[in-house]
Design a protein around this ligand. Structure first.
Ligand code: ZN
Length: 417
């Protein structure tokens, strides 16, 4: 088997479990076509640019996502509180309601005169005031000073520090994209037969292998990496606010595009090939559910089938006069109205004189003009028959012929994935 990164034929035992989306980000998509050597090298180069990105730290901090070590990163470091005294620092804490708070890091300063401690200054956050005694006792013990003697002269001073917090971030806006390119590439190789051997795929595997960050922009063409708008076209079926990572393969114009959305973190579209690779209308989705720890692939048709309820059909009628319309409406709008239909429930068609119409409804629909739109959660397709197609249905009750001008097909969206 060929490794999809180094493209060298290797024994099956030389392959290992590759996380397409890093597991520290809650990725559950595994492939087994990357060799051990490439897997560990990708981890150190390509993946690390993504996983150790400042925004990834922030994301994992906000989502409370622990890594393998069980630790949640702290993207703020220990910001400085006072501009006058850079030694006074705070720590960022997420409370139970998800609010970000900064808490002063306890600070102990021993003032001395000629090598002898004269006073001890303890600075804590107001909410930690109860800790002062413990901190003092520890310090005194270390200094070898008698606790009772020291207590006699202590005083508590509350003060408000000026200046607010300051912390400096260096944010990589380029190199992390190679990590997103790798995700899109692996998803395409794993999902589209024949893609692996294309010139673009060969070039992308070289970029990943050689960690060629400069060349990445030739493929990561849409979005800065931080623009969720890339996924706008899929919002009718994907629940973009849910805690999931999404991957999409789609032909756009004459190119194959791979879209990657890592929850609320990164979002890009990658040009994977300058050729089309999918059948008309075919889209491949990969949905990684972080909370349920699952990954699954599905086609556009499967996605629609899972999101949408049953199909409802309504015929649109034509009446020559108001009198005729009123008469027909009394029957058509009555509960239990049916037209004569075949075993599948499709209407039998007639000609104006009452003779059977040899054409099928699907034939008439195919010749019509279709337009679709959303109305709230309803997806409605309106088909107007070709003006030359004069077709009639026969009502099952009053045995009347009614001319049909078009059909409205509607489906309710039950959920997004
Ligand atoms: Zn390899």
């Amino acid at each position: 088997m060929k490794c999809i990164i180094c493209r060298v034929d290797k024994d099956a035992l030389e392959f290992s479990d590759e996380h397409v989306i890093p597991d520290s980000l809650g990725g559950y998509y595994h492939i087994y076509s990357v060799c051990r050597t490439c897997n560990s090298r990708m981890g150190e180069t390509v993946d690390s640019r993504l996983v150790n990105h400042k925004l990834t730290d922030l994301y994992r901090f906000v989502e409370g996502m622990a890594g393998k070590s069980g630790a949640i990163p702290n993207p703020f470091g220990d910001p400085t509180v006072s501009s006058e005294n850079p030694d006074i620092k705070a720590r960022a804490i997420m409370d139970d309601d998800g609010a970000l708070k900064f808490q002063l890091i306890p600070r102990v300063v021993v003032h001395e005169e000629g090598g002898t401690p004269t006073s001890i200054e303890i600075m804590v956050d107001t909410q930690d005031e109860a800790e002062i005694g413990t901190i003092l006792r520890k310090k005194l013990k270390r200094l070898g000073i008698d606790e009772f003697q020291a207590r006699a002269n202590s005083e508590l001073v509350r003060s408000v520090l000026d200046g607010g917090f300051s912390t400096r971030w260096r944010v990589d806006m380029q190199a992390f994209k190679i990590g997103l390119l790798k995700i899109a590439y692996e998803f395409a190789v794993d999902s589209i037969e024949g893609y692996f051997e294309t010139p673009d795929a060969i070039e992308i595997s070289r970029i990943l292998r050689e960690f060629d960050c400069e060349a990445v922009n030739r493929f990561v063409t849409v979005g800065s990496g931080l623009q969720p708008e890339v996924f706008e076209p899929f919002k009718d079926y994907l629940d973009l606010d849910s805690k999931k990572h999404y991957l999409v393969l789609i032909d756009a114009g004459m190119e194959l595009m791979g879209c990657v959305k890592l929850h609320r973190l990164f979002c890009v579209a990658v040009k994977l090939s300058s050729k089309r690779h999918l059948d008309k209308g075919q889209i491949i989705f990969g949905i990684n559910d972080i909370e349920n720890q699952t990954f699954r692939k599905l086609t556009f048709q499967e996605l629609v089938a899972e999101c949408m309820g049953p199909t409802h059909c309504r015929l649109g009628y034509f009446f020559a006069t108001e009198e005729e319309a009123r008469h027909a409406a009394a029957e058509i709008n009555a509960p239990g109205y049916r037209y004569v239909s075949d075993r599948n429930g499709e209407p039998l068609l007639f000609q104006g004189g009452g003779a059977p119409n040899p054409r099928s409804i699907s034939d008439i629909v195919a010749r019509g003009r279709a337009a679709d739109h959303w109305e709230g959660d309803w997806f409605i397709t309106q088909i107007d028959f070709h003006p030359e197609d004069e077709v009639f249905v026969r009502s099952a009750g009053a045995d009347c012929l009614y001319r049909v001008m078009g059909v409205e097909i509607s489906r309710e969206r039950m959920r997004k994935l």
